[in-house]
Design a protein around this ligand. Structure first.
Ligand SMILES: *Cc1c(COP(=O)(O)O)cnc(C)c1O
Length: 379
């Protein structure tokens, strides 16, 4: 046990947003002065510029900036007319926001299980969960990977229902060359600071090819206004808009996104090499997917023991997510069907440090600490 008290080396955080900010600090300072001098703080040219850039990045026709990733989902569901009496199918192992959006519009979340190797939503489970009340399926780009969107689109097209992509963890990923944010009727993004493209506060967006849907979402997030008409409130909406400052920050960081994603992918390769032969099983990326590696997740026995040891070595880790949504107090209804794959995984998953400024030497240090733990536990 004395090992646990050994003095840590340099602290390795789970992510390091200040390090990314530092890389673009001159552009951030410039963005700050530009916006302060502009007199336009909500919406305006900075927002339009970022929306255009993000539209191109996603290969979509329209992007609507909103207040955060949860609102992006909620407003999209509202705009599609999904609400009371409707069911929405989604994977249980996602950030709770995916489910919250469904509950907030008054629809019923139908949670489904995931594939054991990728932890991405299982297409068969989705197929089995469709009923005549299902109004939409939300697929999640979990950990920066992308589920089988072709197979899911096939199901939802046949059923005549909407497919949404929750791409809050997907910025920079691709499936068969198609970027995250280009799948389904609409894709929703969060630009929370810790996401692969992050603002300096809350921000989000919806990407779609549907002009009507885009303008409906923009109207709902802007007090039901239509276009520039300040006093015409056509529908009961809410306030969820993108700030000019956050848009300017996102434009500054977007320039680095490709390089940052590439570096995450190189680090993931180092992890795979470094953990080979160790009892940590790396969560797989499906064939044909270039993961954006928002998180680098392994599965192993004695997960909490490893966490403690890494913590004592100055290495931060996380668990995404400790409780599958269908088991949270917020979502649990009277009878909960077991979702065994996600439930078992929840006790075994461990997120290791992953951010673009992490060094390969740091990755080696993490891998050694993981290997060391098992050697000692076995001894
Ligand atoms: C972060 C996240 C969200 C919510 O985004 P916010 O901007 O925090 O509201 C939704 N879904 C997933 C999968 C996320 O990771």
């Amino acid at each position: 046990m004395s090992e646990l008290l050994a003095p840590p080396g340099r602290i390795i955080p789970l992510f390091d947003v200040p390090a990314s900010n530092h890389e673009v600090r001159l552009h951030l300072a410039d963005a700050w002065s530009r916006v302060c001098a502009s007199g336009q703080f909500v919406g305006g040219p900075e927002v339009e510029q970022f929306e255009d850039a993000w539209t191109a990045h996603c290969g979509r026709r329209f992007v609507v900036g909103v207040g955060n990733g949860t609102d992006a989902l909620t407003l999209t569901l509202l705009a599609l007319g999904i609400g009371s009496g409707d069911e929405v199918v989604l994977p249980t192992n996602t950030f709770v926001a995916t489910a919250e959006a469904v509950a907030l519009v008054g629809a019923t979340p139908r949670f489904v299980d995931v594939e054991p190797d990728t932890l991405l939503v299982s297409v068969d489970e989705v197929r089995g969960a469709l009923t005549d009340r299902t109004a939409a399926v939300i697929a999640v780009d979990l950990f920066g990977s992308i589920p089988d969107m072709d197979a899911l689109a096939d199901l939802t097209d046949r059923a005549g229902i909407a497919l949404l992509e929750d791409a809050a963890q997907g910025h920079g990923a691709a499936r068969q060359g198609r970027p995250a944010g280009s799948f389904g009727v609409a894709s929703t993004f969060s630009f929370y600071p810790g996401k692969n493209l992050g603002a300096l506060g809350d921000a989000g967006a919806v990407a779609t090819d549907d002009r009507w849907l885009a303008s409906r979402i923009r109207s709902l997030g802007n007090h039901g206004r239509v276009g520039e008409q300040l006093h015409l409130h056509a529908v009961a909406g809410t306030n969820s808009r993108l700030d000019a400052l956050q848009a300017a920050v996102l434009s500054a960081k977007l320039v680095r996104l490709r390089a940052w994603t590439r570096h995450r992918q190189e680090l993931a390769e180092c992890y795979r090499d470094g953990l080979r032969g160790s009892p940590a099983t790396v969560v797989q990326v499906p064939e044909g997917v270039d993961s954006a590696h928002h998180l680098f997740v392994v599965q192993m026995d004695d997960r909490d023991g490893v966490r403690r040891r890494l913590g004592a070595r100055g290495i931060a880790t996380g668990v995404h997510y400790r409780v599958p949504c269908h088991r949270t107090g917020a979502m649990q209804r009277d009878a909960v069907d077991p979702l065994p794959v996600a439930e078992e995984a929840a006790g075994r998953i461990l997120s290791l440090p992953m951010y673009p400024q992490l060094s390969e030497a740091d990755v080696s240090r993490v891998c050694e600490a993981v290997a060391e733990h098992t050697l000692e536990v076995r001894a």
